[in-house]
Ligand binder design. Structure first.
Ligand SMILES: *[C@@H]1O[C@H](CO)[C@@H](O)[C@H](O)[C@H]1NC(C)=O
Ligand SMILES: *[C@@H]1O[C@H](CO)[C@@H](O)[C@H](O)[C@H]1NC(C)=O
Length: 460
């Protein structure tokens, strides 16, 4: 598959390594946020957002010139690599370039003032785009590193009235490098400006580049995702899921890693969603989650419920204390009212916030694997939060488990009345990507009004 474009031939000169293409100028959409020092005392920051490199057009570094036209060969098409250009991981980095993004036209991403809207399915002139993953930047080549503790709160507004079963509007933090790995890996010439360096607690293996090299060696195209596959390497780091949600269910989930910063892993020893043994890696893929429905309160969150997801609302997350004593506390604000998180209604699990005690109790009562503690638990999560993390704002569907772990009965062969199994009101047959992509193509999520500050400074 080729794309022909008319450009001046002087644009052909590029450096060696995971390269940068010149067909589309990279212009990061602006999005303001506020740094508060006390209630009513906040300073506006001019942030920008960047889309992850994995979503970008990846093509030959130089094009074939015919008259005024230059045509490029794709290095990656659908879910396959061009193995002539990408004979191995290093060759791929030397031969291929990621290009700039048309945020609205190609990816359905629109920023305005303090808000960012992500559309689910966007039909562009060359391709149909599904979902997106964006990062908040400090400047055009650096991610903003948010320091989330000790005793800090993070607040944002969300409108997910248009997000049905099977979709996940996720706002979260990961311990990526602030320059996307540009300095550490000399063959990464793109860096944060082009959204490189992603990592999370699933140690994702669907990334096309890791550590300035391709991920073509060992690549297996997905059987049910026409755009994705699994490569021989993954990219691990700590992850704090502030918000994984649709209009039916929500979860807040810390995921600890024994090594906090971005670390490349090999094959199935990566663990996580993409590997044979889920628990083989550096990170805790399950986390210690608080989902109000799963914790027994079925009237708290949803359309027409206490937190009414048919309208915009504010989500407050407090990081109180440090080390193993870290407490992650949730409030909501809607219609001028502060709403405390729902209390656990599960016998043997106490409270309405995430603490080491809550995790101990919840894993025991639900009979879940307790990897969170093995990977350093709250102490390692606190270290990651206090060390500075990159803010991710995304929208995705789930080719591995149809998002049923968030919004339905999961595992699906268990009874929803068993504690820990019912997570939301969606049918166990819902969330199949092919269905949501066709039936809910126009779904979207809007994040806005982001604030960071000391406890009780950003709301109420
Ligand atoms: C792969 O790349 C080579 C070298 O640019 C090109 O000749 C070939 O047509 C490409 N293959 C496909 C399937 O695009
Ligand atoms: C924040 O507000 C809550 C609820 O009003 C209060 O219990 C808590 O002590 C306050 N925390 C701080 C650090 O002011």
């Amino acid at each position: 598959m080729y794309r022909a474009l008319t450009v001046a031939s002087s644009l052909l000169a590029v450096a060696q390594g995971q390269l940068v293409g010149t067909q589309q100028t990279e212009t990061h959409p602006g999005m303001t946020w506020q740094q508060c020092t006390a209630k009513g005392s906040c300073t506006s920051k001019n942030g920008k957002v960047v889309i992850d490199a994995n979503w970008r057009w990846l093509h030959t570094k130089t094009g074939l010139v015919t008259g005024q036209d230059i045509s490029y060969t794709n290095c990656y098409t659908d879910n396959n690599w061009n193995t002539t250009l990408c004979t191995d991981n290093k060759a791929c980095a030397a031969n291929c370039a990621v290009d700039g993004a048309d945020y609205t036209g190609t990816y359905g991403i629109t920023a305005s003032g303090n808000s960012l809207q992500l559309k689910f399915v966007t039909k562009g002139s060359y391709s149909t785009n599904i979902g997106s993953r964006t990062y908040m930047m400090r400047d055009d080549s650096t991610y903003e590193m948010f320091k989330l503790g000790p005793n800090v709160e993070f607040t944002f507004d969300v409108d997910l009235s248009n997000l049905p079963c099977g979709l996940n509007g996720a706002l979260y933090f990961v311990s990526m490098d602030s320059d996307g790995g540009l300095k550490k890996y000399s063959t990464n010439k793109a860096g944060a400006k082009y959204g490189t360096g992603y990592c999370d607690a699933q140690c994702p293996r669907d990334l096309k580049f890791i550590n300035g090299e391709g991920n073509v060696e060992g690549w297996t195209p997905s059987s049910n995702d026409p755009n994705a596959g699994v490569g021989g390497h993954g990219s691990c780091c700590a992850e704090m899921d502030i918000w994984e949600a649709n209009s039916v269910s929500t979860a807040v989930t810390p995921h600890a890693c024994s090594t906090i910063g971005q670390t490349r892993c090999d094959g199935d020893s990566c663990g996580g969603t993409y590997s044979g043994d889920r628990y083989a890696g550096l990170c805790d893929p399950d986390g210690c989650d608080y989902n109000s429905y799963r914790m027994g309160d079925k009237t708290f969150y949803g359309k027409g419920k206490t937190v009414d997801t048919s309208k915009k609302f504010t989500v407050v997350t407090q990081f109180i204390g440090t080390g193993d004593a870290l407490e992650i506390k949730r409030f909501y604000v809607q219609g001028g009212k502060t709403i405390a998180n729902s209390n656990s209604q599960i016998a043997g699990v106490d409270g309405n916030s995430i603490t080491t005690k809550f995790c101990d109790q919840q894993k025991q009562v639900f009979g879940d694997t307790y990897t969170f503690k093995d990977k350093g638990g709250m102490a390692n999560m606190a270290k990651a939060l206090e060390g500075g993390m990159v803010l991710v704002m995304s929208l995705w569907d789930d080719h591995y488990s149809n998002m049923l772990w968030l919004d339905s009965t999961y595992p699906t062969d268990k009874d929803a009345s068993v504690p820990g199994i019912g997570r939301g009101e969606c049918e166990t047959t819902s969330g199949v990507p092919a269905d949501v992509e066709s039936k809910s193509a126009s779904a979207s999520v809007t994040y806005s009004n982001i604030k960071l500050g000391p406890l009780n400074s950003t709301f109420g």
